[in-house]
Unconditional design. Structure first.
Lengths: 147, 99
C-alpha cells in the first residue's frame, strides 16, 4: 500500500491503530507545513469547500460574501478547495488546531471560521483589521457606501 | 425539527457540565447540509449543529478562545460524525447589553 493511500485512509479515520495513525500524522504535518507556507506568504488565505465562484457549503459561501463585501479582490486572495485534496483538508485542521473549514488567515495569522468572521464583519473589527494591514483602500470603501 | 440523537445528548451534557450555562440551545441542522458535496457518502443524521450558549465562563475571553474551548470539549464528537458547529457563545452581560 502506498504512503499516499495510507494517509488517505488515516484522514478518513479508517486506520484504527494509534501508532500507525500518529506516525502518519507526523508525516502529514511535515509535508503539509511546506505547502501551508503560503499562509505566511500571502496577505489573505482562505481554505474553503468549493471555489469562490462555486462554494460547496453555506459556511464557505458566507465567508466569500463577507470578504467580497469588505472590498477585497479575490484575484489577490489565495484560496484552496479542500474538497479537491483530502490530505490538505485534514492537514489544515491540524495546522490551525481548528476542526472545521472554512478557515481565514490574514497576514499569516489564523482569524477564524465563518462564525468569527461574520461576527467581526458585524462589529467592525474585520474592517479595522483590513484597513490596518492596508488590504483595503479606505477611499474606495467610502465611495461604495455613498452609492 | 431538531432530531435528538446520542451526539446531541452528549454535546448537551458536556456543555452543561463544563460551562454551567445560563442559557443553552442546540439545534440539529444536519438536514440543511445533507445534499452538500462533502456529505455525499455520509449517512449520519448528526453532522451539523447550531449551538447558542450563554455562560459567564466566557468572561474576558475572545471569541476565538471561546470557540476553541468548545471545540476542545467536543473533540470526541468532532471526530465522530460532526462536521461543523455554528457557535454563538456569549456572556450574560453581553446578552443584556444587546437587548
Amino acid at each position: 500500500m502506498s504512503l499516499r493511500s495510507l494517509t488517505r485512509l488515516n484522514a478518513n479515520n479508517e486506520i484504527k491503530s494509534p501508532l500507525v495513525s500518529s506516525i502518519l500524522c507526523r508525516y502529514l504535518s511535515d509535508s503539509l507545513k511546506k505547502s501551508l507556507e503560503s499562509v505566511q506568504k500571502n496577505d489573505v488565505v482562505l481554505f474553503m469547500k468549493g471555489t469562490p465562484n462555486r462554494p460547496e457549503c453555506g459556511f464557505s459561501r458566507a465567508v466569500v460574501q463577507i470578504l467580497t463585501a469588505q472590498g477585497l479582490d479575490f484575484s489577490k486572495i489565495k484560496t484552496y478547495n479542500v474538497l479537491a485534496d483530502n490530505e490538505l483538508r485534514e492537514g489544515v485542521k491540524e495546522y490551525s488546531q481548528w476542526p472545521t473549514v472554512p478557515q481565514v488567515y490574514i497576514k499569516g495569522e489564523f482569524i477564524g471560521g465563518c462564525d468569527i468572521v461574520l461576527n467581526m464583519h458585524h462589529n467592525g473589527e474585520l474592517e479595522d483589521l483590513l484597513l490596518k494591514e492596508g488590504l483595503v483602500d479606505p477611499k474606495n470603501e467610502l465611495e461604495q457606501e455613498e452609492k | 425539527m431538531t432530531e435528538v440523537g446520542p451526539i446531541y445528548q452528549s454535546i448537551q451534557q458536556k456543555l452543561t457540565k463544563a460551562f454551567n450555562p445560563t442559557s443553552l440551545e442546540i439545534i440539529n441542522e444536519s438536514h440543511l447540509h445533507a445534499h452538500h458535496q462533502a456529505m455525499k457518502d455520509v449517512t449520519s443524521k448528526e453532522t451539523h449543529f447550531c449551538i447558542s450558549i450563554v455562560s459567564d465562563h466566557f468572561e474576558g475571553k475572545k471569541l476565538i478562545q471561546r470557540h476553541r474551548l468548545i471545540y476542545e470539549l467536543l473533540n470526541e464528537e468532532m471526530n465522530m460524525s460532526v462536521h461543523a458547529l455554528s457557535i454563538k457563545a456569549k456572556t450574560s452581560k453581553e446578552v443584556s447589553e444587546s437587548n
